[in-house]
Design a protein around this ligand. Structure first.
Ligand code: BES
Ligand code: MN
Ligand code: ZN
Length: 481
């Protein structure tokens, strides 16, 4: 699907379908839509739509009226959903050329970015390995801003770049675990880095041994697939302010639980346990082309968590890169182990700010469902800035408590730390574990276990990996000061 922006009057746009957004309880400025509202067929409810054939006075073959909901509640998030829903609706109807109109009231950068972004996200399907793909069909999607200023083209490009990167992350999340092993993920990361001009260093098992990454290596030892630590570097053209942001992404290409093995039901979902890493990779792809003013480095520890003759056992004690010893009480709490070493490594490489994205706990799904990602931090101001970016980008995130009382259960007489705490507040004790490695460096942990995957399609998005957190990361990097 090719995406374009146009500044011409919408009446002249040649398309199979021209989409106009109409709002609830407002006077309709187009007679075609006013008539539909009068007859009660359409009220402008968010994502409702009606298709009219051969309407008078426009060049397009069809006019689609789509609801934008209440006009004063129509934010870029609704814009993104409307565009995505239209692509998903119309591609199913074999239309090839689609255009969506942004009236003057919404001709602002974030709406333009959301319109093209939503369309690109809506087009994505998890059918890469199907012999017969869903009929994709759409050749051309145009965002029409009649009379708009040409500077909007920059926002359009930004929306494009970010959505393409998000689909890249979703493609990775969708790959089956036999195909996307840690080695293949590292290779794809290196390939992306070469294409985009990012620096790339992939640490193999030997280097991790030399460095002493015992926590990461302990998880990896049960698998025939060797682990990697993917490090991608973005250096700004004019380095600003000494800020060095580290994005750390959990990439367990498959999580069986190890010796503390998971039940077989729905275990296939655990291919998604690399979605934090995928979001970070996608964010780096976008950052490489949008060139924010701060330095950003990605750290993606990637392993497969398997049981086997060489697997780590409950009761094992490992020494992490930080020097802290960890008693393994549950081999299924592997994410925090690989992230601990990646966080320490990022700090040693000079990170001034750390953000990690991890499908870390089932408990966050209990707490927040599939709506919000959990946010945990040791730094209030940093956290509130991230939450602002998340809100701007329509990624729902909810701050969670981090009282030191939750650390009480992270105690063992045999080592410095156990790898699990009490069952109650399991997402928080997991975050407290990571905090012990972030130490005083400003740090945010996103638990995306509930949000990285949707089991049911939405009108604007296919089922499968969502690419969540990526847009927030890019926004935060681009709007640092
Ligand atoms: N990758 C899982 C988290 C997860 C579980 C995501 C279920 C989505 C659904 C993580 O590695 C894990 O297994 N966590 C354990 C921690 C427990 C052993 C303390 C969990 O949540 O059950
Ligand atoms: Mn696990
Ligand atoms: Zn896991």
């Amino acid at each position: 699907m090719e995406t374009k922006i146009a500044f011409t009057p919408f009446e002249t746009i040649d398309a199979d379908a021209l989409v106009l957004i109409a709002f609830e309880q407002t006077a309709q400025s187009h007679s075609w839509i006013a008539e539909l509202v009068d007859t009660g067929e359409f009220a402008g409810k968010l994502l409702d739509s009606v298709i009219l054939h051969h309407p008078n006075g426009i060049a397009a073959k069809r006019l689609v009226a789509v609801g934008g909901g209440k006009a004063d509640r129509f934010t870029p998030t609704e814009m993104r959903q409307v565009a995505g829903a239209m692509v998903r609706l119309l591609k199913g109807k074999k239309m090839r050329k689609i255009a969506i109109v942004l009236s003057e009231a919404f001709q602002y950068p974030e709406y333009v970015a959301a319109a093209v972004g939503g369309a690109i996200l809506g087009e994505w399907e998890p059918d890469l390995h199907k012999s017969k793909k869903e009929a994709s069909g759409i050749d051309e999607f145009t965002v029409v801003c009649p009379g708009g200023v040409t500077e909007l083209a920059d926002s359009f490009t930004r929306g494009q770049v970010i959505a393409v990167a998000q689909n890249f992350a979703r493609d990775l999340g969708n790959e089956p675990p036999n195909i996307l092993t840690p080695t293949v993920l590292a290779r794809r990361a290196a390939q992306m880095a070469a294409e985009t001009g990012l620096g790339c260093d992939i640490l193999d098992q030997d280097r991790m041994r030399q460095l002493g990454m015992g926590a990461l290596l302990g998880v990896a030892q049960g698998s025939a697939e060797p682990p990697h630590l993917i490090v991608l570097t973005y250096t700004p053209p004019v380095p600003a302010g000494g800020v060095h942001l580290a994005l750390v992404g959990k990439a367990v290409t498959f999580d069986t639980g190890g010796i503390s093995i998971k039940p077989s039901e729905k275990m296939e979902l655990m291919k998604f346990d690399m979605c934090g890493g995928a979001a970070v990779l996608g964010a780096m792809q976008a950052i490489a082309s949008l060139k924010p003013s701060i330095a950003v480095t990605a750290y993606i520890p990637t392993v497969e968590n398997m049981p086997g003759g060489k697997a780590q056992r409950p009761g094992d004690i490992v020494t992490s890169l930080s020097g802290k010893t960890i008693e393994i009480l549950n081999t299924d709490a592997e994410g925090r182990l690989i992230m601990a070493d990646a966080i320490t490594y990022a700090k040693r490489q000079g990170a001034t700010h750390l953000i990690d994205a991890s499908t870390l706990t089932g408990a966050i799904v209990v707490a927040l469902g599939t709506v919000n990602s959990g946010v945990f931090s040791n730094h209030e101001l940093f956290q509130s800035r991230l939450l602002d970016s998340a809100r701007m980008q329509g990624e729902k995130m909810w701050p969670m408590p981090m009282d030191d009382d939750y650390k009480e259960s992270l105690k063992t007489v045999y080592a410095d730390l156990p790898n699990i705490g009490s069952r109650g507040g399991g997402s928080i004790t997991a975050a407290k574990f990571l905090e012990a490695f972030a130490e005083e460096t400003p740090w945010i942990h996103l638990d995306i276990a509930g949000t990285a995957w949707i089991d049911e399609a939405k009108p604007y998005m296919a089922k499968g990996p969502t690419g969540v957190a990526l847009r927030t990361f890019v926004h935060l990097a681009q709007n640092w000061e």
